[in-house]
Design a protein around this ligand. Structure first.
Ligand SMILES: Cc1cc2nc3c(=O)[nH]c(=O)nc-3n(C[C@H](O)[C@H](O)[C@H](O)COP(=O)(O)OP(=O)(O)OC[C@H]3O[C@@H](n4cnc5c(N)ncnc54)[C@H](O)[C@@H]3O)c2cc1C
Length: 381
């Protein structure tokens, strides 16, 4: 019997296991994952570590109110600080490059410029760069102005997840999907195709897949697909840091060998990109290529080496949701990271570990389902 079972081997599950071990080394932890570690969104993402719910402070203010937006930025900035302070950043290729948030419209450009003084008043460094400066730095053409956030960065998400699982010293059972949960004595029995596992408490870190195990959570998280592509190595590096443009609907980075990773274009195909189907589509991939060639004409002859998709969990208001598992005292679920789980994940793992240990952690009210006002399904974005 384990003290705590963690279900889901993505960044959130593995970060929670890491913090549980850090806070109570004597706990017996078991981590159950349906596939391999990082098989879900955590192993397919761009690895951007950005602040806030949207990396756009004034947009976060208009959506969540100024006080909450400031706290969200503080929480996600802590995520980045903890990643580099508590872990060995070389284990997951952390690039301390900063990040560029580039406007896709005149309105967005104005908003990003206005955000500088707000961010600086909270101690968050931010520099507004003109269109000319951004195009010069990226050797690109056609970008508008935007923000350089020195605290942004990027990493190898698969390496991070494996490293966290390893450091947690949990018993990791991959290829063990949890099919059902049953209250049992003081704890819970988790059914898998190979038998059952007993634990005192459970954390469900399943993001998009949570409603498949707990159908009542379908009101709080729904599956949304994201697609990416990678070019062959360009041999030269034009893009020195992650670029998040057009309200985050396009995101691009370049690896050391010149390989360009590009994702997004979901806003051009909103309806098709809802659901669990794990496949790329020609139409969206063509939009990604159009973007790449428009802003970086020098990439025109580069072959596309790889295309892939991943399933994200979106919440109705765009923020992660945390709640108790119904009928299981002391057990929790966390989902709905809405395309930003790397920006929250490691810090969220600490919050969830503290919750499982019986504390009321700092920041819990930001994400608790019980603290949310009107959750309306039609607001799914
Ligand atoms: C293409 C793409 C690009 C992205 N880019 C970024 C980015 O640059 N920055 C950023 O912050 N975010 C990004 N995201 C979002 C980010 O990847 C997610 O928010 C984050 O990985 C969610 O982590 P998680 O641990 O909650 O979920 P997941 O990584 O989805 O983990 C859930 C795990 O649960 C497992 N599972 C499912 N059902 C069961 C079951 N019944 N039993 C056991 N295990 C089960 C799955 O196999 C999976 O491994 C991107 C997402 C995608 C798809």
């Amino acid at each position: 019997m384990a003290d705590i079972a963690i279900v889901g081997g993505g960044v959130v599950g593995c970060a929670t296991a890491f913090w549980l071990h850090r806070l109570r080394p004597q706990l017996r932890l078991i981590l159950l994952e349906a596939g391999a570690l990082a098989d879900g969104a955590s192993g397919r993402n761009a690895g951007f570590i950005l602040p806030g719910a949207s990396a756009d402070f004034l947009k976060d203010c208009s959506r969540y109110g100024e006080t909450r937006a400031r706290r969200l930025w503080q929480f996600t900035r802590e995520n980045r600080t903890l990643l580099v302070r508590e872990l060995d950043p070389t284990a997951f290729d952390w690039e301390d490059s900063g990040a560029l948030i580039v406007a896709g419209s005149a309105e967005e450009e104005k908003r990003l410029q206005e955000a500088v003084s707000w961010l600086r008043s909270d101690g968050a460094p931010a520099i507004f760069l003109s269109a000319a400066e951004i195009n010069r730095r990226l050797r690109a053409r056609g970008y508008r102005g935007g923000l350089y956030l020195p605290e942004g960065g990027c990493l190898d998400p698969v390496a991070l997840v494996r490293y966290l699982a390893d450091r947690s010293e949990a018993l990791v059972l991959t290829h063990h999907p949890v099919l059902a949960l049953e209250p049992c004595g003081d704890g819970v029995r988790l059914e898998t195709p190979y038998g059952s596992v007993r634990a005192g408490q459970v954390l469900l870190a399943l993001n998009a897949y949570l409603p498949r195990l707990l159908p009542e959570t379908a009101a709080y998280v729904r599956p949304v697909r994201a697609q990416m592509l990678a070019t062959e190595p360009a041999g030269r590096r034009w893009v020195p840091c992650p670029v998040y443009s057009h309200d985050g609907f396009f995101y691009l980075r370049q690896l050391a060998d010149g390989t360009l990773l590009l994702g997004g274009a979901r806003h051009l195909h909103l309806e098709e990109e809802v659901g669990y189907e794990d496949a790329t589509t020609e139409a969206l991939q063509a939009d990604l290529e159009r973007y790449l060639h428009a802003y970086f004409p020098q990439t025109e002859g580069l072959r596309i080496q790889c295309r892939w998709s991943g399933t994200m969990g979106f919440s109705p208001d765009g923020l992660p949701v945390v709640d108790q598992v119904p009928g299981l005292e002391g057990s929790y679920w966390a989902a709905g990271f809405t395309g930003h789980g790397m920006g929250y994940g490691f810090r969220m793992g600490r919050l969830l570990a503290e919750l499982l240990l019986g504390y009321t952690p700092d920041g819990y009210d930001l994400f608790a389902r019980s603290h949310r006002s009107a959750f309306a399904l039609e607001r799914f974005g």
